[in-house]
Design a protein around this ligand. Sequence first.
Ligand code: G3H
Ligand code: 13P
Ligand code: ZN
Length: 322
Amino acid sequence: MPLVTSTEMFKKAYEGGYAIGAFNVNNMEIVQGITEACKEEKAPVILQVSKGARAYANHTYLVKLVEAAVIECPEIPIVLHLDHGPDFETCKSCIDGGFTSVMIDASSKPFEENIEITKKVVEYAHDHGVVVEAELGTLAGVEDDVKVEAADSSYTRPEEVEEFVSKTGCDSLAIAIGTSHGAYKFTPDQCTRNEKGILVPPPLRFDVLEEVSKRLPGFPIVLHGSSSVPQDYVKMVNTHGGKMPDAVGIPEEQLRKAATLSVCKINIDSDLRLTMTGTIREFFDEHPDKFDPREYLKPARANIKETVRHKLVNVLGCAGKA
Ligand code: G3H
Ligand code: 13P
Ligand code: ZN
């Protein structure tokens, strides 16, 4: 089947109590690792491209890689989505250039300005059969070149969501309930430590999610910053020359719970980066004589596939839903 929008996917996910994985793609091995897992697990998937990915790999290369995945995986629905579109022009360029979904992220702007920019993107996107994700609230962490300190982040205000959605016409809404971008989601002083000395982050604000869902019945909610930062891979990185002290993510059981509620899209990037980097570091450490990129990219791709498979089956609950 050709690339699809997320409309049908979200409807089924909402009703079925699961979420679709939205994984960031930057090169061929990442596209292949993700889509091979989705094909084997019969899972619908969103492949998302950031402004940084377009700057790194080039729009056309990324679109063609995703189109190749569509040909190789005809039995699963695939969405091509712009992640964190910073302005109307970037969204327009992706809408004109083959994407089926875009995010306009004007969440750092004042409420009225966020509405105005989002509405403009929605009008253009809908005219072209493309769907739009918008954002209310500010996540902590790093995305593209912007770093938001925890103190400057803010939870979504439920009392704003109905007005925002009805005035903009957006198709899904990303909200801030305590997730955060990157591999260092919380500082050690925001966490407690378990008996093994591993950091335990503060719980997500399910009360905010519930309040939002009550005000927007049936409307798909999106969670960004939802990597769990698996400690096995943090250890692998650190054992083989890396330095990622106190890297910490969102516990998987909390994401699983969110997926059973109104959260229909869960964004994961850092866990794939960690998987790839840990695998390649280990390979170099164990084979200092090797220099053929295929030899280290092959296990990296295989491990990305297994990380994604784990998410589909154990976290998102979307395996078998294609
Ligand atoms: O939310 C940001 C995503 O992880 C993409 O990261 O902007 O470095 O490509 P990037
Ligand atoms: P992570 O950094 O937690 O993987 O979040 C990715 C994301 O939100 C992409 O938009
Ligand atoms: Zn994000």
